[in-house]
Write a protein that binds this ligand. Sequence first.
Ligand SMILES: *Cc1c(COP(=O)(O)O)cnc(C)c1O
Length: 367
Amino acid sequence: MTHPLLDLAPLTAGRFAAIERRVATLLATEQDVLITQGEALLPLEGCIRSGARPGSTALNVITGPYGQTFGDWLRDCGATVVDLEVPFHTAVTADGIAEALERNPEIDFVSLVHAEAATGNTNPVAEIGEVVRAHGALFHLDAVASIGAEPVLPDAWGVDLCVIGAQKAMGGPAGVSAVSVSTRAWERFAANPAAPRRSYLSLLDWKERWIDRGRTALPHAPAQLEMLALEACLERIEAEGLDTLMARHASAAAATRAGAVALGGGLEPYVHEARDAAPVATTLRTPPGVDASELVARALASDASLPLAAGGGALAKEMVRVNHYGPAADRAVVASSLAALGTALAAMTATPVDREAADLAVTTAWA
Ligand SMILES: *Cc1c(COP(=O)(O)O)cnc(C)c1O
């Protein structure tokens, strides 16, 4: 008996290359685009280990937990790391980056997370890109949480390494990811004796065996199911329109912020300024004395399908994440999430909440 998930015809090199072209279109890039056969941490680690080396100095911008991880990798590669940490309720500024580059002219690699789903902030990459380009450093961007939710334009912004995954706003699979690589970045990798080769982390292997040979023969068996899911995900985005998809995320973020404020009960947008808030997910600060993980557990007890989570690590006490991305970038999902949080909050504290006002604010902000 044939099984729809198991007995598939092999995924051809031609189809693999066609999916890569669709990703390049999504990123509006003419750089080389490579689909990497693993979750997005694979190309992120591959980029850092290929670009950083002893003797190099990296500026590592920390606006959430991913930036912290990247700093560890950069140090592990022997690079000197200049950490630029900003409070998680804000975003980094282009001026802040320019100052760090002026203080440390030897910086030759800049690593930035565009948007952080884990902290709910987003950084002004277009302005930062100008500063980094003027300095001449290689610019590495984690756009996993921004792609599909807000513009991601590596060519226009001068991003040398732009990593995306489909599992957030794209509403796609988590098991494959992609990276766009500039000519400058390939040169830097090739000149780095410590860059991974003959390794699962190696981007250079894929350049030599796949890109430079005209994308005609795949070097390894591809993650077939994930590739098909990515293809379906790209088709769905093309059918909806990228602009419509991004507008849906912007509406979800605006509605969640407005709804939380109208709800009352002491829930507040975690990211102070709306312009610093990521369209992919909205973080909320719980009132003093209300444990965020308990609040989320209570809200999920009423409806386990809601896209709610408590913050990671120490943030679990004070941060609620409304992960309104992909199919959850939806007005009804946002309204139900706030209603469930309101009911749970009212049960935990004596403060009144106004769920009708929250509903109205969601509807108004969505339009
Ligand atoms: C979600 C995300 C990733 C991918 O990591 P997972 O934990 O596997 O989902 C990478 N970077 C950022 C900024 C993300 O938000």
